[in-house]
Design a protein around this ligand. Structure first.
Ligand SMILES: Nc1nc2c(ncn2[C@@H]2O[C@H](COP(=O)(O)OP(=O)(O)OP(=O)(O)O)[C@@H](O)[C@H]2O)c(=O)[nH]1
Ligand SMILES: [Mg+2]
Length: 233
């Protein structure tokens, strides 16, 4: 098996659509899921790099595993359901602390999934014209829920995360760029989410490789230059 260069972890409450997002991205379809047990990972080749994507279980009983999955992670996707305020609140209450084991320069994305379920879609007048922009899976569906979390809530959370991590917003991506609304059902913004993160973790891979190289002792270069050991000759 190929060795991953870097790790990306998807966290979030039960039922928010973590597994569905990964299926949509990797298999290009929305299919039935069963609640994840423990965790599962997928290896994505991105240019010359291998990125492991970890799908975790939202169920409380697997909570303890979260910080283990996050160990050394280069990116964490904090996922909530836009129609469920509690799933958003849980990110700060329950999941953020799990990321303490992630890499110090870990990148965070906040993702509001199930955008296809919201009232906003119902108000799009011409689904044909908006096909690429609208998260509705087909011309306006009939069962709509109220959106309980708006993008501004996610942006505010992102800023609180930077504070928690003692990072300056200036050093990181703008909060607006790291908050996504997606639909695993329609595919809305799913490629954008994953591929934005893949691009963002590449400099970290290169940095680590360069550090690794600079710490490697070149034995050929050292040969004959230092003082000879007194006991081995
Ligand atoms: N309408 C809609 N339903 C979705 C979407 N994403 C997931 N679902 C549904 O939400 C339910 C839960 O999806 P999962 O992907 O299994 O959720 P999960 O976050 O992986 O849940 P756990 O593994 O239990 O933590 C399933 O019935 C999905 O079909 C979406 O974008 N839109
Ligand atoms: Mg799952």
């Amino acid at each position: 098996m190929k060795k991953p260069d870097v790790k990306l972890v998807i966290l979030g409450d039960v039922n928010v659509g973590k597994t569905s997002l990964l299926h949509r991205y990797t298999e290009r379809r929305f299919k039935d899921t069963v609640s994840t047990v423990g965790g599962a990972f997928f290896l994505k080749q991105w240019g010359p790099y291998n990125i492991s994507i970890w799908d975790t279980a939202g169920r409380e009983q697997f909570h303890g595993l979260g910080s283990m999955y996050c160990r050394g992670a280069a990116a964490v996707v904090l996922t909530y359901d836009v129609t469920n305020w509690q799933s958003f609140a849980e990110l700060e209450d329950r999941f953020l602390a799990l990321t303490d084991t992630a890499s110090a320069d870990c990148i965070f994305a906040i993702v509001g999934n199930k955008a296809d379920l919201t009232d906003e879609c119902a108000s799009v007048p011409h689904p044909e014209a908006e096909r690429d922009a609208c998260p509705c899976p087909s011309p306006v569906s009939t069962t709509k829920s109220h959106k309980q979390v708006v993008k501004e809530d996610a942006v505010a959370l992102y800023k609180r995360i930077l504070k928690y991590k003692m990072l300056e917003e200036k050093q990181c991506q703008a909060a607006e760029a790291m908050c996504f609304e997606t639909s695993a059902k329609s595919g809305y913004n799913v490629d954008l989410l994953f591929e934005t993160l893949f691009d963002m973790v590449v400099p970290g891979i290169l940095r680590k490789r360069a550090e690794g190289l600079s710490q490697t002792v070149d034995l050929m270069e050292c040969k004959g230059t230092g003082p000879k050991s007194s006991c081995c000759y």
